[in-house]
Design a protein around this ligand. Structure first.
Ligand code: ADP
Ligand code: MG
Length: 292
């Protein structure tokens, strides 16, 4: 038995193009994600990340293969509509464009929308909404109009709406892509907090290497398949194959990588210029001290 929260077996999905021809987008992916894991997914445009995510959330139905969520085969013939809602409650999804995810004209009503649809009692909803807003740091905006908020704040409201449904896993599909650097940073700390403090399993699809570096594990997609799967250190230790699948390795990582080859002992997770400079300065300081 596997203790995976999400497990796919030889998962395949093909879109139908205008001429009715099948175009494969996910090609036989077998992957396990444990409860509580923080997984980043990387891969150039069109490598199948979003399609894979939508299969997990039952927005799309596989062409073939299996998906197990929390032990339940969600590709089984006996899946009812209730079972499908149960999957969507367990595995929430936050998309790229914050404007497309807001449904109400007042923040707290927007956050309440999901749990209301689940048929939860109003009193419970009240508590959940307050808690969810607290978690994403948006309590003071409860009575505000969502359309007046910044992109980053809107994304945090979208997340609060998902959290209020008490998901075990949240998939972020390039949710930081449309935000400015500050909004991105705020959202990343919210995502990290959900994982580290609330124990929510996180799948974070991103093309920002510094965000991927924060995960426990990185899965690299290429051409509808898993190209690489490992810790950030493992993945960043092989810059050449990453470049071959169209991903840029940050120059900081490359520098640390080369220094390690020359006998250094730097953690390749230090990919921001600041962190990279700091660890090199620290090593330099230690080396000079030991000489004196
Ligand atoms: P990613 O999220 O990694 O950019 P996608 O899962 O969106 O990749 O796309 C994978 C492949 O499926 C691409 O070749 C893309 O062109 C194709 N594709 C995605 N969405 C559709 C769609 N709605 N109809 C037809 N083809 C699609
Ligand atoms: Mg995508």
């Amino acid at each position: 038995m596997s203790d995976a929260f999400i497990r796919t077996e030889n998962l395949t999905f093909a879109y139908e193009n205008d001429e009715g021809k099948e175009v494969p987008a996910v090609k036989g992916i077998s992957l396990e994600i444990k409860e509580g894991e923080f997984v980043a997914m990387l891969g150039h445009n069109g490598s199948g990340k979003s399609t894979f995510a939508k299969l997990l959330n039952m927005i799309l139905t596989p062409t073939s293969g299996k998906i197990y969520i929390d032990g339940r085969d969600i590709t089984a013939d006996d899946m009812t509509e209730d079972d499908m809602f149960d999957v969507r409650r367990k595995v929430g999804m936050v998309f790229q464009n914050p404007d497309n995810q807001i449904v109400a004209t007042i923040v707290e009503e927007d956050v309440a929308f999901g749990p209301e649809n689940l048929g939860i009692e109003p009193e419970k909803i009240r508590r959940r909404v307050d808690q969810a807003l607290e978690t994403v740091g948006m309590t003071e905006y409860a009575k505000h109009a969502p359309h007046k908020l910044s992109g980053g704040q809107k994304q945090r409201i979208a997340i609060a709406g998902i959290i209020a449904m008490r998901p075990r896993c949240i998939i972020f599909d390039e949710s930081t892509a449309m935000l400015d650097p500050l909004g991105r940073e705020e959202l990343m700390s919210t995502i990290e907090k959900l994982n580290r403090e609330e124990g929510i399993t996180v799948i974070h699809i991103t093309h920002y290497m510094n965000e991927a570096a924060k995960a426990d594990r990185i899965v690299v997609f290429d051409d509808g398949q898993v190209f690489a799967d490992g810790t950030p250190e493992e993945i960043f230790s092989y810059p050449e194959p990453l470049r071959a699948v169209g991903l840029d390795v940050p120059q900081t990582v490359e520098l640390l990588f080369k220094l390690n080859k020359m006998g250094g002992n730097f953690n390749l997770k230090n990919i921001s210029t600041e962190d990279c400079a700091a660890v090199i300065a620290e090593a330099y300081r230690k080396a000079t001290e030991s000489k004196n």
